[in-house]
Design a protein around this ligand. Structure first.
Ligand code: OGA
Ligand code: MN
Length: 208
């Protein structure tokens, strides 16, 4: 989805600091990416969709090899479509503003964005993986936006990133935090949490 008007929330300097991080190290963490009121709406919508049975167990792999494997990945998801709700459209608009800023500065040729709500029930996790399929390298950049207010460190659920020099980085899934990284460069995993963990996860894709 491409938006003609600039996003009302994300301003040039915020987007540019993500671009600068990506150019320098291939990943970026941005707290307070969107206003609290919008985050609350997105969290409410995620829970409502789950209560209505619209989130489904996430699969791994693609095509005929696709399968649900809770020993690898235990979240429930629903893909976003434009026009489903104002909150989701505002989110998609903010990410489209980011996509355009990245294309202006880094020439990654990002063409579109695909994303979904994700709900990890207590105890669920996603084992170490790369966000890229062996037979499809369209996913260039991963973007995860967290919706969890009041999330003490003791609740777990960190995104663990494996940085290029064997270092790891654990990021709590705090409301308002956006993490962006090159999909083909950084293996990562989701550690189990003691509480329900909500996010919007997606990918900027290049032309096929
Ligand atoms: C994914 C993923 C990370 C997170 O869905 O591919 O790695 O922190 N999510 O939710
Ligand atoms: Mn991933």
């Amino acid at each position: 989805m491409h938006f003609d008007a600039p996003s009302p929330f994300v301003q040039g300097p915020l987007l540019q600091s993500i671009v600068d991080d990506l150019a320098e190290k291939g990943w970026s963490q941005q707290d307070a990416f969107l206003p609290d009121a919008l985050i609350a709406q997105l969290a409410t919508e995620c829970r409502a969709r789950d209560a209505a049975g619209k989130l489904a167990s996430a699969a791994i792999g693609r095509g005929e090899g696709q399968a649900v494997r809770e020993g690898i990945r235990g979240d429930r998801i629903q893909w976003l479509e434009p026009g489903q709700s104002e909150a989701c459209d505002l989110y998609l608009g903010a990410l489209d503003a980011l996509r355009q800023q990245i294309n202006r500065s880094l020439y990654l040729g990002l063409e579109d964005f695909e994303g979904h709500f994700a709900l990890y029930p207590p105890g669920a996790f996603y084992q170490k993986h790369l966000d890229r399929f062996r037979d499809d390298d369209r996913r260039a950049l991963s973007a995860v936006f967290y919706l969890n207010r009041d999330w003490p460190v003791a609740q777990g659920g960190e995104l663990r990133m494996y940085l290029s020099d064997e270092r790891t980085l654990d990021l709590s899934p705090l409301a308002g935090r956006l993490v962006v990284f090159l999909s083909g460069e950084f293996p990562h995993e989701v550690l189990p949490a003691s509480h329900e963990r909500l996010s919007l996860t997606g990918w900027f894709r290049r032309r096929g």
